[in-house]
Design a binder for this molecule. Structure first.
Ligand code: ADP
Ligand code: MG
Length: 255
């Protein structure tokens, strides 16, 4: 009960960005052999934020997300979540604590049906009859509740992305990492995805997302962090980032 109350309080507090950091990366390094994919990243995210991470291809953005989720262990540095050092916790524990991810490469099961995919994501968090109700709620939230129960391999690219977001939401994350959620989508699908992300944030979920499409970023991001060669390069509002000549030179100029 106490837990539920503090969850509710945390969500209420998250409605307005601010307060103690929900997530902190302290001098995080990830080395793959001779390559430092992430090279001393400091990042502070406060509850309720809707933050975008941008940077050239290979800058280390997806690796940062995998480090936050515990898919990779950092070579150096610490990761803190809600005032607790989670650097050594496994992915499962982090998911339980409220960190969710939609990865760049889709993690849906193409040979299974829509509802089978959802059941896999939900079964550890909801029990019994509630499972099907929760599946209905989440599929409706991401706008794919009217498709029947097709094999997921037959869904469009966009529908698979939304399914994956619904699967990530099954754990009721307080922070959601979205790695290029609108990549490969047409204008209408992109628009719908932008609304989805904004709605999630308005409902209290802190969001960190990666995207290349500056129009998409413009539509939703409150703040932007730029990564370059695995290092934090700049941080600010989108206007500040776009006015930053160095950022334009390394990144925006190429888009
Ligand atoms: P971004 O998402 O910014 O495009 P990534 O985080 O995917 O960049 O990759 C950063 C760098 O790390 C790239 O040079 C990439 O090839 C390398 N890299 C990523 N994952 C691995 C891995 N598992 N093993 C070896 N190198 C990797
Ligand atoms: Mg990437």
């Amino acid at each position: 009960m106490a837990n539920l109350r503090s969850e509710a309080a945390a969500v209420a507090k998250a409605a307005q960005p601010g307060g103690e950091p929900i997530l902190e990366l302290r001098q995080v390094v990830k080395q793959f052999g001779g390559l430092k994919a992430v090279d001393g990243v400091d990042l502070t995210v406060r509850p309720g934020e809707l933050r975008c991470l941008i940077g050239p291809n290979g800058a280390g953005k997806s690796t940062v997300f995998k480090l936050i989720m515990g898919i990779y262990a950092p070579t150096q540095g610490q990761i803190w979540f809600r005032g607790q050092d989670i650097t050594r916790l496994n992915t499962w524990r982090r998911a339980r604590m409220g960190i969710g991810i939609k990865m760049q490469v889709p993690g849906v099961y193409g040979e299974l049906t829509l509802r089978e995919n959802m059941r896999i994501a939900i079964q550890n968090f909801v029990k019994g009859k509630e499972i099907e109700t929760e599946i209905d709620r989440l599929l409706s939230f991401v706008g794919i509740d009217k498709l029947g129960n097709p094999q997921v391999g037959n869904l469009s690219h966009g529908q698979q992305q939304w399914l994956e977001i619904a699967m990530a939401l099954a754990a009721k994350p307080s922070i959601l990492l979205l790695d290029e959620p609108a990549a490969g989508m047409g204008p209408e699908e992109t628009e719908f995805t932008a609304e989805l992300v904004k709605q999630l944030n308005a409902s209290g979920v802190t969001i960190l997302f990666i995207d290349h499409d500056m129009e998409f970023v413009r539509r939703i991001a409150q703040s932007v962090s730029v990564l370059h060669y695995g290092k934090p390069f700049a941080e600010g509002t989108l206007e500040e980032i776009e006015a930053n000549e160095e950022v334009v030179r390394i990144y925006l100029g190429k888009v």
